[in-house]
Each structure stands twice: as C-alpha cells, then as structure tokens.
Design a protein around this ligand. Structure first.
Ligand SMILES: NC(=O)c1ccc[n+]([C@@H]2O[C@H](COP(=O)([O-])OP(=O)(O)OC[C@H]3O[C@@H](n4cnc5c(N)ncnc54)[C@H](O)[C@@H]3O)[C@@H](O)[C@H]2O)c1
Length: 106
C-alpha cells in the first residue's frame, strides 16, 4: 500500500454521504468520486456542488482539494487503495423482503 499521504481513495456515489466523505478526504488524499450522472460529475469538476450543503459548497469553492469526479468506475476502483461505497442500496428492484407472517403452529 502507498504511504498515508499518497493514498488513493475512490468514492462511489456523490450524494450527501459520498460527496461529504470525498470532500473531507480530498484535503489530505487523492480522491476520485464516481457517479453515473454526467451533470453531477461535471459540476464537481468545476468546483460546484450538485447538492445543497453549505460546507461542501464552501470547501469546493475555497479549499485546495485533490478531488476529481468521473463516470469511469473501472479506472477509479482499479487503482484505489480504498473504495468507499456511498451509492443507493435499492439496486435490485425485483428483490423484496418477505414480510408476510408465517402461520403459527399450535
Ligand atoms: N443520507 C443519509 O443520512 C444516510 C444515512 C445512512 C446511510 N445512508 C446510505 O448511504 C448511501 C448513500 O446515501 P445518500 O443519501 O448519499 O444518497 P443520494 O441519493 O444522495 O446519493 C447517491 C448517489 O449515488 C449515485 N449512484 C447511483 N448508482 C451508482 C453507481 N452504480 N455508481 C456510482 N454512483 C452511483 C447517484 O447518482 C447519487 O448521486 C445509501 O445507501 C443510503 O442508504 C444514507
């Protein structure tokens, strides 16, 4: 693994969770934020936040961050020391939990 200061971190998802983590970590590490929405990637690469958050907006505009956004998940994940998953969990719309009660045996 690389030295602490040279760590490469990929973050999947640039929503409230992912972009907060990516913004904070990119103060000290090389961070690649991955999303599937091109407009979000473009905004982040232009130092603008796609979500309304006072601190993310401020940090992107004012701090020197080592943060790049991309649609290229393969490249981002293959070279990362750590990958943070901050994408939605409902990615399998056809899988449901069985919540029906089992009939009681007396
Ligand atoms: N927001 C919270 O307070 C909170 C608290 C606990 C857990 N979580 C969990 O954290 C995760 C993220 O939550 P959030 O609020 O940031 O969600 P969000 O909807 O704000 O952001 C999710 C982002 O992931 C992107 N995305 C979707 N599929 C992707 C993929 N395959 N690869 C990369 N990016 C992808 C979306 O385009 C979106 O930008 C979810 O699993 C959520 O359940 C959120």
């Amino acid at each position: 693994m690389r030295e602490f200061k040279d760590l490469k971190i990929a973050v999947a998802g640039t929503g409230y969770v992912g972009l907060s983590i990516a913004t904070l970590l990119s103060q000290h590490h090389h961070v690649t934020a991955v999303d599937i929405i091109p407009e979000k990637v473009e905004l982040i690469n232009n130092k603008k936040s796609p979500i309304q958050d006072e601190y993310i907006e401020k940090y992107l505009a004012e701090k020197e961050l080592d943060l790049t956004a991309t649609l290229d998940a393969k490249e981002a994940y293959s070279d990362a020391d750590f990958v943070v998953i901050a994408a939605p969990t409902n990615v399998y719309p056809r899988v449901y939990l069985k919540t029906q009660k089992r009939p009681k045996k007396c």
